[in-house]
Write a protein that binds this ligand. Structure first.
Ligand code: ADP
Ligand code: MG
Length: 323
């Protein structure tokens, strides 16, 4: 006989808490958490929905879906310097597929344990596959905000950009090439900079996670801060796999719109003043995070993109938009 909704919740979504701050978890009308350990801190709350066919290709494995849906939420907390603590999971499933559920549940639990985050509640409904996670975290230091970039600040990004967009292209174009696997991995398994970001907030007051593409997300910072920026394309960090893709599949042409507006990087973009440059570099080193300085914040409310020869470029589409 098929399982009821409550059997599904019990079997697949009732995990032990990963901290002693959960007083009541899955099973009642609400979850209850204790704020005693963080009573002088700030509570940060975010939510993100992932819809099959929109946020991940329909053939994505349940493990990758579990991983990514959690990571995109932890990435939002990281971008503001918070430590993730609790999540809720609202999941819509087309059917009760136990093999799918058990793979999803196992991966979800293992990512939660790794980041010491507790699943404390949610909702389970029937319909087209969609996953909504609400993530809550605490912040004892300064919260990094989009509206804090100042003229003269240096603009940095972590890691490499464009890999996830190349991975998605490889999947959609059915390019079967082992050398592009790192890009597909970055699409399905984004690496979020939670620990680094938390420490970064000592030096930076402005950060954003790159989810829609660098240009779109940097533009959010510029608009919120009422400033502009000059960025230099030769400074944009690309992976070996990305170079391989452009060399072998695009006649050695870099596809800048793909790199800068493809999205799903989940790297951090942040600003600092020159005085903190050295400290931030050694911080990144100690967290094993690659850093690239890609430009500077300016007074003019305009985003200027310079190519190798110093010419300014225009892009038609700056990022992924749902509507
Ligand atoms: P209610 O009808 O009161 O909203 P539900 O029947 O939706 O309660 O859920 C029962 C309990 O199971 C609640 O504690 C809820 O938070 C939890 N829950 C439901 N779905 C999930 C899920 N996918 N993951 C985690 N907890 C869930
Ligand atoms: Mg409910």
């Amino acid at each position: 006989m098929g399982k009821t909704e409550f059997e599904v919740i019990n079997k697949y979504f009732s995990f032990p808490a990963n901290g002693n701050d959960v007083e009541l978890s899955v099973g009642d009308d609400c979850a209850v958490v204790s704020l005693s350990g963080i009573h002088h801190q700030k509570l940060l709350i975010t939510t993100d929905t992932l819809v099959s066919g929109v946020h991940f290709p329909v053939e994505t494995s349940p493990r990758d879906i579990a991983y990514k849906s959690l990571m995109v939420n932890l990435s939002d907390l990281a971008a503001m310097g918070a430590t993730p603590k609790w999540v809720t999971l609202s999941i819509t499933l087309p059917e009760i597929d136990e093999a799918w559920l058990s793979a999803f549940s196992e991966e979800f639990n293992s990512v939660l344990a790794e980041h010491k985050v507790s699943l404390i509640g949610g909702d389970t409904t029937r319909g087209a596959l969609s996953i909504t996670i609400q993530a809550m975290g605490s912040c004892e230091n300064r919260v990094m905000r989009r509206n804090q970039a100042r003229p003269g600040n240096l603009i940095y990004v972590t890691g490499k950009l464009g890999d996830a967009a190349i991975g998605l292209t490889a999947i959609l174009k059915h390019i079967d090439d082992k050398k592009l696997q790192p890009c597909i991995d970055r699409l399905n398994r984004p690496v979020t900079r939670v620990q680094f970001a938390r420490a970064l907030s000592e030096y930076s007051s402005c950060a954003i996670d790159i989810s829609d593409g660098l240009l779109a997300d940097l533009q959010h910072v510029l608009t919120a801060s009422k400033v502009g920026a000059v960025i230099r394309l030769p400074e944009i960090p690309l992976s070996d796999a990305a170079h391989f893709y452009f060399k072998h599949y695009l006649n050695d042409q870099l596809d800048w719109p793909l790199i800068l507006a493809g999205g799903d990087d989940f790297e951090l973009c942040f600003t600092i003043s020159d005085t903190h440059q050295e400290a931030v570099h050694s911080l990144a080193e100690s967290h094993d995070v690659a850093l690239s300085c890609i430009g500077r914040i300016t007074q003019d409310e305009e985003l200027v993109i310079l190519d190798e020869s110093g010419q300014s470029l225009q892009f038609e589409h700056t990022g992924y938009q749902h509507f």
